[in-house]
Design a protein around this ligand. Structure first.
Ligand code: C2E
Ligand code: CA
Ligand code: CA
Ligand code: CA
Length: 283
């Protein structure tokens, strides 16, 4: 597909050429959408998993599932290149449903291998959280596999939540009753009404990576991160800093009372087989 104008970026992975190009509603865009639809049916999506660690010892706490598209010709395509297109069509619903089922299957498979599993969070799109069938899907999976309660979690960006905060509150509370905890993703990058934060019953705040990037040099970013950690603590929520790439960032965040960290310093997102080895080494 020349339309992808793929550019090689690193180890056999591709980023699509140009964001503005993808934003057009060109026939090419429609072609990506239909290729993705077929790709989902053909089983071309895969998940990588990135550890979240505790800030005291850097030990594995939980995982985040991140989708990739294993394209037959282009190789591994990252979600920033296709989630947007999927979100503008109904395809995101299928994609999210695939991810939810795949995480459940993976957790069951790891268990079957005799591994001690940890909670895995997955990302849910804005357009999906307002749909009743999302809660229903989780209800079906947990009804069939009650042992997965508390081992599957959802992440929702604060922008997604604020698009329809009342419906998001209802959905997240339903999920919580099923044993599915939730995180507010990219916190600090949008505008969450603090009035909703308590009502949401979300378990965790994830500090947006943009505040972590320059945290050791930029006083403003440092103050924002510190304030989010204090806010989470005062609301009895857990807090995760994402995008941690250095020991200096780790030390600073730990000194602010941040409980959990996620980022390349600890691990990049990895295929399931590598995570299996990591889980095995935990025992
Ligand atoms: P996100 O949920 O904020 O996920 C974190 C992104 O930051 C991931 O990119 C991850 O690989 C990257 N990251 C983690 N640690 C570091 C670090 O230390 N430094 C840097 N520079 N980056 C780091 P990824 O996997 O490309 O995913 C991008 C976005 O695509 C995600 O952002 C999420 O919004 C979306 N996404 C990923 N998987 C899914 C999915 O299954 N469903 C939906 N609806 N969206 C997804
Ligand atoms: Ca996320
Ligand atoms: Ca995030
Ligand atoms: Ca993000």
């Amino acid at each position: 597909i020349c339309l992808y104008r793929a550019k090689k970026s690193g180890k056999g992975c591709y980023r699509l050429w140009d964001r503005s190009y993808l934003q057009d509603s060109t026939p090419e865009r429609i072609q990506i959408e239909s290729e993705l639809r077929e790709g989902i049916e053909r089983g071309e999506l895969i998940l990588h998993y990135q550890p979240k660690v505790n800030a005291v010892a850097g030990e594995l706490h939980s995982l985040e599932a991140l989708v990739r598209w294993q394209h037959p010709r282009l190789g591994l395509i990252y979600p920033d290149s296709f989630i947007g297109i999927a979100e503008e069509s109904n395809l995101i619903v299928e994609l999210d449903r695939w991810v939810i089922a795949a995480v459940a299957e993976q957790q069951l498979a790891w268990r079957k291998q005799g591994l001690v599993i940890v909670p895995v969070s997955l990302n849910v799109s804005a357009s999906h959280i307002t749909r009743a069938d999302l809660v229903l899907l989780f209800a079906q999976i947990l009804n069939e596999h009650p042992e997965l309660a508390n081992y599957i979690e959802v992440e929702l960006t604060e922008t997604a939540i604020m698009a329809d905060p009342d419906q998001a509150t209802i959905s997240l509370n339903h999920l919580l009753h099923l044993g599915v905890k939730s995180s507010v993703d990219d916190f600090g990058s949008g505008y969450t009404s603090l009035g909703y934060l308590k009502k949401l019953n979300a378990n965790t705040l994830k500090i947006d990576r943009t505040f972590i990037d320059d945290i050791t040099e930029d006083g403003y970013d440092r103050d924002v991160a510190k304030a989010i950690i204090a806010l989470a603590n005062s609301l009895s929520m857990e807090v995760v800093a994402e995008g941690v790439e250095t020991k200096a960032q780790w030390d600073l965040l730990a000194s602010f009372g941040c409980q959990y960290l996620q980022g390349y310093y600890f691990s990049k997102p990895k295929p399931a087989e590598e995570i299996a080895r990591l889980l095995a080494s935990q025992k």
